[in-house]
Design a protein around this ligand. Sequence first.
Ligand SMILES: [Zn+2]
Ligand SMILES: [Zn+2]
Length: 145
Amino acid sequence: MHAYAETPDAATAIRGAGLRVTDSRRAVFDALGSRPHASAEDVYRVVAPVLEHPSLQSVYNALGDFADAGLVRRIEPAGRPQLFELRVGDNHHHLVCTECGAVVDVDCVVGEAPCLSPSDAAGFTVHEAEVTFWGTCADCAASAA
Ligand SMILES: [Zn+2]
Ligand SMILES: [Zn+2]
């Protein structure tokens, strides 16, 4: 038996995405619920104590399956590990701290996706815009002062 208690939400969401529900996938989903913008290694640290046979590879696999199924969003700040979050489909953006790597959501404030238009769309019909604002978070700015 597993020490891990089933969370109906995770199982429902995973099944709803057309994926088979496994202990590992449930644990990964729950980990992202409590820790948005987590890397695969962050998720692994959360799920390892509650899984019978934890493996970093199975966490990567679960995250990849979730991303492909549209269940999680994968964000890829340049030069950083990929990060994953459950908040999908709302075209939100991110603030990333160049000092500590903190990631904060920025709601799209100007209406429907893509919310930003390129100066020249080169004939593309743009569906989505993904903006990363790089800067120094309040904590890092305070400790530098
Ligand atoms: Zn910072
Ligand atoms: Zn986000």
